[in-house]
Design a binder for this molecule. Structure first.
Ligand code: PAF
Length: 282
């Protein structure tokens, strides 16, 4: 597996692959790789000739009081995992390589939907995500890029700017990967103590209860939300950031679940903020 650290190195690599007639798949990550990321890599492996992963903790998508400094970094372990799933190259730049002196161009998706859910809680977050993902897609000359459903709003944002800016790349959303317990895989799970990890099961449990009610015929959004909120409030270590049900992928307010919809939640367990969601097919 090639390790590429500079913009020049990745540009040259992707140019060579394109000249050899290969299709390129990009899997952007911030490292601390878990089974969820590896599923993205395997999906990409099946879909394209060359898989490029990026491992970059992107400073511009973190707010001033967020966990940029504490975010887990374990590049050597990540590389071993990437090799094992057959990734061809990993791009691992320093922040100054991606944002050199004089950098002043950002991609800002302005739709109302970016201000909801995590966009509402984390101002500037999606501007940072859209900027880095645009740059990574360009550097990798990606034909396809792969993202997890756990960050479903992120996928909506990325699909939007890719369409608006006519970027020739196909965006693929891969279903959430869960531990046997139901907990959605996340790099932030490493922050949880054993007690908190047990408490964190309330996220998937509450969503499953609402999904069961939906499958049993409940369509009223207020009713489904109440099931989720009541269950989370029973867990003493859990504090709700948001519990929302919107149309998907437009993320518009709805009263009843008729078409495709998303039940999305963010919950603090101790100091750790976790997100999870379930898409209802409608
Ligand atoms: O989902 C993530 O890990 C990040 O937001 C991404 C897409 C790698 C951009 O930094």
């Amino acid at each position: 597996m090639k390790i590429l650290r500079t913009q020049e190195e990745i540009k040259q690599y992707s140019r060579e692959m394109k000249q050899a007639g290969k299709t390129i798949g990009l899997v952007p990550t911030m490292g601390a790789l878990h089974e969820g990321h590896l599923t993205l890599m395997r999906t990409a492996r099946q879909a394209v000739d060359v898989v490029i992963a990026s491992v970059f903790v992107n400073p511009v998508q973190f707010g001033p009081n967020e966990d940029f400094d504490a975010y887990p970094r374990q590049f050597d372990e990540d590389c071993a995992k990437l090799e094992e799933v057959g990734v061809d190259a990993v791009f691992h730049p320093e922040p100054a390589e991606m944002y050199p002196e004089g950098f002043c161009t950002y991609v800002n998706v302005e739709g109302e939907f970016t201000k909801k859910l995590c966009g509402g809680q984390r101002p500037g977050h999606f501007r940072g995500v859209a900027t880095v993902v645009t740059k990574l897609i360009n550097l990798a000359r990606a034909d396809k890029a792969f993202f997890g459903q756990k960050d479903a709003q992120q996928v909506c944002v990325i699909r939007r700017f890719v369409e608006d800016l006519a970027i020739p790349v196909e965006i693929n959303m891969v279903p959430i990967v869960r531990e046997d317990s139901g907990l959605a895989r996340s790099s932030r799970n490493v922050y949880l103590s054993a007690e908190e990890k047990k408490a964190a099961l309330v996220l998937s449990r509450s969503l499953n209860m609402a999904r069961a009610a939906y499958q049993g015929g409940s369509r009223q959004v207020s009713e489904l939300k109440k099931i989720i909120v009541d269950e989370i409030n029973k867990e003493p270590l859990a504090v709700i950031d948001y519990v929302e049900i919107y149309s998907f992928p437009a993320l518009e307010e709805i009263d009843r679940v008729e078409g495709e919809s998303i039940m999305a939640i963010a919950v603090k367990i101790g100091k750790t903020r976790l997100i999870d969601n379930v898409i209802l097919e409608g």
